[in-house]
Design a protein around this ligand. Sequence first.
Ligand code: GRF
Length: 191
Amino acid sequence: MKKLFGKKIKIAVFISGTGSNLKKLIYFSKNKKSKFMVDLVISNKRHAPGLIYAKKNKINYKIYDFKKQISDEIKILNLVKKRKIKLICLAGFMKILTEKFIKKFDGKIINIHPSLLPKYKGLNTHFKVLNSNDKYSGCTVHYVNSKLDSGKVIIQKKVKILKSDTPKTLQKRILLEEHKLYSKALNIIID
Ligand code: GRF
């Protein structure tokens, strides 16, 4: 994906909740050397706490509740096309995009997941990890395809599991790594 000379690539971030990854993406996008700018935030929850970061930074945001997923996806496709968005970053977005949406979007879609994929796809990741004998967990940024948490891996970061870990403590440590990993992944895939 080529960065236009002197211009940053426009990205959209899709959220459902806290939005701490969105916050960090906005933070890193402001660095002169970053290759992207957050142009749009989409949430499927009207009261997603993460929307505060869009508001604070005067970034356009839209809410689609996905109750009529097909028609919401068409609206989103039109919007991202109009805004010339080249990349969609899912960050804690709790809806599964349809295959049609993925195929029709003229750009790349990526996601961040709090495990070392292909291990522990889906929900309750940290709980599942702690029920295994794994020594490490971590996080993954990957391309999105029509199967949940299954697209090609872009980058991963390992995090050591401690004997004292609970799902909450592990989640906290991994989230800190996610915050750095997402921007790193973007800088890798945008030339
Ligand atoms: C992150 O752990 C992400 O990997 C997962 O959902 C969480 C979202 O956190 N998909 P936040 O909303 O970015 O704070």
